[in-house]
Design a protein around this ligand. Structure first.
Ligand code: FMN
Length: 217
């Protein structure tokens, strides 16, 4: 597969088939993804993979957890500026329109959001942590790593969805993983095969045109 094909074909999948994913394959993808560039070659990512029994155990643990949790970080700035606000709004509206969920049906919208916490049915996933000492440059390195992983997954016929939603479950996830207190959870990553018939997976997110975000000087 050409890199450009992987880039075009990758999209966030929000309904997976219950087809097992090989841990060996995920390991090889992670090793390749670690070729991603990072400032000073810090390689600041810390990854916890859930697969098979560990996924089952995690989901049971998560369902039983009822302590209130502090979000690890604010996913979006409190007063998101334009054009970002509109992009975010339109993504949500497109997804809920596809799913036939009107704006007034808050319960159905929340139920859709809650599917994040079942990894949208993906049989395999990982969590990406980073040392709290790290700042924006290293957090951007995580993005390089995650995108590289997602493209490599495409190449072997696996689909993905990055999930910042898990930042809202920082305490329970960290307790299950027994992660280091010095580390903070950035996001989850669903891994599996997409359900091609799921309406939600037909969502094609839009992009703002180049002349709105790039200037050739
Ligand atoms: C770091 C990161 C975190 C994300 N978190 C979530 C999430 O919690 N839930 C979700 O449904 N999608 C999540 N997404 C997917 C974005 O909504 C998606 O990438 C964006 O709408 C563009 O669509 P595409 O990935 O299909 O091209 C996340 C994406 C990234 C890169």
């Amino acid at each position: 597969m050409k890199v450009s094909d992987a880039v075009v074909q990758r999209k966030s999948i929000r309904e997976f088939l219950n087809i097992p994913v090989s841990s060996e394959l995920v390991k090889s993808l992670l090793i390749k993804a670690s070729r991603a560039a990072s400032g000073g070659n810090l390689q600041p990512w810390k990854i916890f993979v859930l697969n098979g029994k560990s996924m089952d155990d995690f989901l049971k643990f998560q369902q039983a957890w009822d302590d209130p949790e502090q979000p690890a970080y604010a996913i979006y700035p409190p007063k998101l500026k334009e054009p970002y606000r509109t992009s975010r709004f339109e993504l949500g509206e497109q997804m809920y329109a596809l799913l036939g969920i009107p704006r007034e049906d808050k319960d159905a919208r929340i139920a859709q959001v809650m599917k994040n916490f079942e990894f949208f049915g993906a049989p395999c996933a990982f969590f990406c942590y980073v040392d709290r000492q790290m700042g924006p440059p290293q957090w951007s390195d995580l993005g390089m790593f995650l995108q590289t992983f997602m493209l490599l997954a495409q190449e072997v016929g696996l689909d993905t969805c990055a999930q910042e939603a898990w930042s809202m479950k920082h305490d329970s996830v960290s307790k299950f993983l027994q992660s280091d207190e010095e580390d903070i959870l950035f996001c989850g990553m669903c891994i599996g095969k997409k359900n091609e018939h799921a309406v939600v997976n037909s969502l094609n997110s839009e992009r703002r045109p180049l002349d709105t975000w790039a200037k050739f000087i």
